[in-house]
Design a protein around this ligand. Structure first.
Ligand code: PEP
Ligand code: MG
Length: 585
């Protein structure tokens, strides 16, 4: 009898992946719940005790450092955490959790500490609130000590056979780690088109399906699965016939991609001779060879925060950042390199940087707000940018700008860093072009003012859609409302493009919509001439550009600006014959 089953979801990253199936059930922070057999309980308890020792040494080191640099009083803060970490009662409870629930140490720590935190939350006393902060830190220190560089579950995946992972959710850093151990396809319960996990999967060429119902919990391990990122479904325990059919489809899709890549170096020029600049969005230094491979003209967006996220819990050093930026400059030459300053916060893990709990982090300390708040960390980036800038034309882009003051403050910080470097006799340059991301409605609506403060504007539609339409970009329940072609967004794009033109500054778009060939004609019609997209999307966008006649697109864009809804925009584009049919892609 056939055991083949199909779980329907939504396509997030196209492509096919066929591999051994590993289901990761449940997750908080970096901890996975893994079932263990009874004879593994002893090993887990030893792991836990070793982690307590390791975390304790770490805490001791931090305490000494803080006492030396800031005095005994501050250092003493860590005494409370140390006591908690060594508390036999707490350790006993975690061990009991391992024994009774037969789970790995990471999960037992997460559950036990989570349970205590819930109890503290119910108490209205400031004493307990302080204790909760200490307890949370102790839990994180333990998890860090347990997981080391890679969570245990990730290590377990290392195998000669390709692996497909089903999970409830994954953070961007987990996705990066999974890709490093040979995971080739992902099925998630949650996530939207422009979530950072989706963006990373797209950069790494990992097909991803989201919106699967209770996928991780319901599926047994050790079977095989196919992630069909084209149709947005996962086939569990595929029949030999299904495997063969998918094998053929995957080969055909590889063949088509190879044909496109082979033409990567043709010019991105419309039928009527207008050059469109196609740049690369780079998330990880590993992607640098993709710039030449897919025919990008430079780096339009380097999401530098991923350097941070990958290093976590350590911070990247200034010298390391200089080296990474110099590698970027070299790979993008003779084209530009746009480095965006750390866009940490929100959903991008930053627990080493954000000390306070935020109920609504997406509206909290994120992007430029966070970096201006944590100058101790930001300064090392600004200094690295100025130092690397001595070796090539770096451009600098500020994320999450909401007003002109943030730009002024940034320039002030640059002045401070330059003075420091001067004093140290270091080689540096302050001759960079400065840009502001336009990804918050307030920035879009004052684009004319921004254009007087900066050298270029970069439309970040991933967030602009989220903030303008009040739709969380990672929330599958409202994914149907996430509409980059909503007339409200198009009107903002138009205003930003017009403001840049009037202010005589550059403008580009680097949100995911720029990588959608169905939207290319509209973007050009709205006046955009510079698009930055994930490198793998460049060949298909280039082909689309080469098929278009620019003359006539502004009139169609005008009609779209007057449309009542995204659906009407799509209908207008369809009737005008400017949308590439899905078969042609
Ligand atoms: C955007 O918001 O459109 C953008 C390019 O930035 P990110 O996806 O990193 O938030
Ligand atoms: Mg953004």
């Amino acid at each position: 009898m056939s055991s083949e089953r199909i779980v329907q979801g939504r396509s997030i990253v196209a492509g096919f992946a066929i591999g051994r199936l590993v289901a990761l059930a449940g997750r908080t922070h970096d901890s996975f719940r893994l079932a263990i057999t009874e004879n593994k309980v002893g090993t887990e308890i030893v792991r836990l005790r070793m982690a307590v020792d390791k975390a304790s040494t770490e805490l001791e080191r931090t305490r000494t450092h803080l006492t030396d640099s800031a005095g005994e009083e501050l250092g003493a803060i860590f005494d409370a955490q140390h006591l908690l970490l060594r508390d036999p009662e707490l350790q006993g409870r975690i061990e009991t959790h391992i024994r009774e629930h037969l789970v790995n140490s990471e999960w037992a720590v997460t559950e036990t500490i989570g349970h205590h935190l819930e109890q503290f939350a119910a108490l209205q006393s400031s004493h307990f609130r302080d204790r909760a902060g200490d307890l949370r830190d102790v839990g994180l220190a333990l998890l860090r000590a347990l997981t080391g560089d890679a969570p245990e579950a990730v290590k377990r995946l290392e195998s000669a056979e390709p692996v497909v992972v089903l999970a409830r959710d994954l953070t961007p850093s987990e996705t990066i780690r999974l890709s490093r151990v040979g995971v080739i396809g992902l099925g998630l319960e949650v996530g939207g088109q422009t979530s950072h996990t989706a963006i990373i999967a797209r950069s790494l060429g990992i097909p991803l399906v989201a919106g699967l119902a209770r996928a991780a919990a319901a599926v047994p391990e050790a079977s095989h699965a196919i992630v069909d990122g084209e149709r947005g479904l996962v086939v569990l325990d595929p029949e030999p016939e299904t495997l063969k059919r998918y094998g053929r489809q995957a080969a055909e899709s590889d063949r088509r991609a190879a044909t496109l890549v082979a033409a990567a170096n043709v010019e991105a020029v419309t039928q009527d001779g207008v050059h469109i600049q196609l740049l690369a969005n780079i998330d990880l230094p590993d992607e640098l060879p993709d710039i030449a491979k897919y025919g990008a003209e430079g780096i339009g967006l380097y999401r530098s925060e991923f350097l941070f996220i990958e290093r976590s819990p350590d911070l990247p050093t200034e010298d390391e950042q200089v080296q990474v930026l110099r590698d970027m400059l070299e790979a993008a030459a003779p084209g530009p390199t746009v480095v965006r300053t750390f866009d940490l916060g929100g959903r991008k893990l930053a627990r080493e940087v954000i000390e306070t709990h935020e109920d609504n982090p997406v509206l909290g300390l994120r992007g430029i707000r966070l970096t201006l708040h944590r100058r101790d960390i930001f300064k090392s980036q600004v200094r690295a940018i100025l130092r690397a800038g001595a070796h090539g034309q770096l451009r600098v882009l500020l994320p999450m700008v909401t007003g002109v003051e943030e730009i002024d403050e940034f320039r002030q910080l640059v002045g401070e860093c330059a003075a420091e470097l001067e004093g140290e006799g270091q080689e540096f340059s302050t001759e960079f072009r400065l840009g502001a991301m336009v990804e918050v409605p307030s920035a879009a609506l004052i684009a004319d003012h921004l254009a007087r403060r900066v050298d270029f504007l970069a439309l970040g539609t991933n967030d602009l859609v989220q903030y303008a339409l009040a739709v969380d970009r990672g929330n599958e329940h409202v994914a149907y409302l996430y509409e980059p072609l909503h007339p409200a967004i198009l009107r903002m794009v138009r205003f930003v493009v017009d403001s840049a033109r009037k202010g005589d500054v550059g403008v580009m778009i680097c949100g995911e919509v720029a990588a959608d060939p169905r939207a290319t004609a509209l973007m050009l019609g709205l006046g955009l001439r510079r698009l930055s997209v994930t490198p793998r999307a460049i060949p298909v966008i280039k082909r689309q550009v080469r098929s278009l006649v620019l003359d006539g697109l502004p009139a169609i864009a005008e009609q779209c600006l007057e449309a009542e809804s995204a659906r009407e925009v799509e209908a207008i584009m369809h009737n005008a014959g400017i949308v590439e049919s899905p078969e042609a892609q």
